[in-house]
Design a protein around this ligand. Structure first.
Ligand code: NAG
Ligand code: NAG
Ligand code: NAG
Length: 275
């Protein structure tokens, strides 16, 4: 395909997206309707729903999880979470979107617990066509176990944003035209879960889950999904986002796969790290 036809294709594509903002926007506020929109997919006896809240409990017998009944191709998924309080070492709480199958796409927030008084880490990751290994890790600027905070995944044709209380902490830009993988063809469901991961989660797996503090309870509330394909930002919004991403990177970044030269020494850093 030559440059010109590629360009034209892109333009009509964009045009269709602008149309779609008028016709396809579907905002679902799941509040009060949990059982219609979500179902337990693991250990239902460890899940309690009340009003617009879902509480998940982990004990030595099992963790648990839920998923949305519908799947979405692009959109914004938000949830408020209050994480396990006190000694949460060894536990992982996940809030993510995922499609199914061996070549699945997935966008993850994973909250790695810690001993009392030590900071949680939020790990974000993307799987595209079945392969992951795109972890970033951040500290947060608050204690996520003391109160509810909002975590959102914004996903359209142009980029993916991982957002905490309206502050973007990570952006993954669509560079498919440079041959870099981007999730854009498989619809994804929305998931929440809590499980034991004390082989790796806390201080590199050195601190194990203390089961005498079980059950470990995490609460999700105000789950919302807005299904859309397009968003348009004013330059001032872009500029604010750029500054916020830099603030987070400068102050809270713990780990970035794109800087982990040792890990990828054989095949070199993934392409998107250079583009
Ligand atoms: C996805 O991965 C499979 C191998 O698992 C490969 O055959 C296929 O070409 C990949 N698709 C894309 C779009 O990269
Ligand atoms: C737990 O606390 C230790 C000590 O402050 C810190 O090094 C680590 O990054 C924290 N988070 C996790 C998930 O291990
Ligand atoms: C596990 O928690 C119990 C109760 O909080 C505490 O007494 C005990 O010292 C903890 N064990 C470890 C190994 O930290």
């Amino acid at each position: 395909m030559n440059c010109l036809s590629q360009n034209r294709k892109w333009n009509s594509f964009t045009f269709i997206n602008i149309i779609s903002i008028i016709f396809v926007v579907e905002a679902v506020n799941i509040s009060g309707d949990l059982n219609e929109e979500f179902e337990a997919d693991w250990a239902p006896d460890h899940i309690v729903t009340q009003g617009d809240q879902i509480s998940l409990s982990l004990d030595s017998s099992t963790g648990c999880g839920f998923e949305s009944k519908k799947k979405y191709l692009f959109g914004k998924a938000s949830a408020q979470l209050k994480l396990v309080q006190g000694d949460s070492a060894g536990t992982v709480t996940a809030y993510y979107m995922s499609s199914q199958g061996p070549n699945h796409d997935e966008l993850d927030f994973e909250f790695l617990g810690n001993v009392s008084g030590e900071p949680y880490i939020v790990q974000t990751n993307l799987y595209i066509n079945g392969s992951g290994n795109r972890e970033q890790r951040h500290y947060l600027w608050f204690d996520p176990s003391l109160d509810f905070h909002t975590y959102s995944l914004l996903w359209n044709q142009r980029s993916i944003l991982f957002v905490v209380d309206d502050i973007p902490i990570r952006e993954y830009v669509n560079k498919e035209r440079k041959g870099i993988a981007y999730p854009g063809k498989q619809a994804m469901g929305i998931y929440g879960s809590v499980w034991n991961a004390d082989d790796w989660a806390t201080q590199g797996g050195r601190v194990k889950t203390n089961w005498s503090n079980a059950p470990f309870i995490v609460t999700f509330r105000s789950l919302e999904i807005e299904a859309w394909q397009f968003w348009w930002d004013k330059p001032v919004v872009k500029e604010t986002r750029r500054k916020q991403l830099k603030w987070v990177r400068d102050n809270f970044l713990v780990y970035d796969y794109c800087r982990d030269v040792d890990r990828f020494s054989l095949q070199g850093l993934p392409k998107e790290c250079h583009a």
